[in-house]
Ligand binder design. Sequence first.
Ligand SMILES: C[S@@+](CC[C@H](N)C(=O)[O-])C[C@H]1O[C@@H](n2cnc3c(N)ncnc32)[C@H](O)[C@@H]1O
Length: 321
Amino acid sequence: MRATYIQTLRDQLQPSLNPNGYKVLDLFAGCGGLSVGFEAAGFDVTGYEMNRDACATYNASLHGKCIQELLTTETVFPAADVIIGGPPCQPFSVIGHQAGQEDRRNGLEVFAHAVKSVQPKVWMFENVRGLLGRSKEYLDTVLAKMTNMGYAVEQPLIINARHYGVPQNRERVVVVGHRLPAFLWPEKLEKQFTVRSAIGRTARRTPRDGRFLTQAMDCYIAKYEKASCCRQPRDLHLDMPARTLTCRNLGGATGDMIRLRLPDGRRRLLTVAEAARLQSFPPWFRFAGSHTSRMNQIGNAVPPMLALMLGNAVKDALLGE
Ligand SMILES: C[S@@+](CC[C@H](N)C(=O)[O-])C[C@H]1O[C@@H](n2cnc3c(N)ncnc32)[C@H](O)[C@@H]1O
């Protein structure tokens, strides 16, 4: 079963042998989760990212290059057919910091500036589901600007990665605008993968670099689960998709942490390789930086298999022009 899933990642996430001729800019590219999928769909992708480790991972693992740069509303971009990205939304999503909308580093403002100056045929961004909650009004003002630039803006889609070849429940919002006759969202896949299919072979083992929970952490978890009326322990269940992997719960500092329970009752955190596999990163991907930095890159990423489906949808829309 595991071989099937890993083989799927290996086969489907290779950079395409049939480049489609379209140029993509990936803004706030992180380690390149979104870019991997677009490269596999045949796009020529350039990333922009300010974090040094994430850029190093990107440049070691993708064909395209990642430029290390702090993006602002004054950044000058080269010509491109498509702009994609995962703009950070913290400046406007935190209560009491709404003035952050005016922040030149606010990801959505930078994204809108890039679209305005490059005028791509298609743009797409993904973000946390919360973007459709408290920040919806702000999102609407940004999308109205994009509409005024002549883009057809599709209804934002809440997408769960588990329906697109990723063994993880991960809900995100994806927003697309284009100047094409049509855009169709990718179809959900029939097959869903489980934790076992991704990391079943190692999940019950004690890895050399294994990080175990202390007795005090076990006690904390027991209290946390009792207080939150948790009906099922939050240890990973091998025959289900994983809970959403985030920087916070991969870091291992909270009761909400993602962990495996071994047959002898001990609990351990995921290894970097296991976290990467649950996010559908292909086996050749090499993460740079400290343990914390690598887990942050993984927790932040768009799962490459989901990115591939989105990339194929953008490609089909462009080819239908
Ligand atoms: C949610 S992550 C993007 C993940 C990426 N889409 C992927 O699939 O791997 C957001 C990234 O934006 C970067 N970032 C935030 N503000 C930035 C800025 N002003 N300029 C460049 N990068 C920025 C962060 O370092 C972080 O890596």
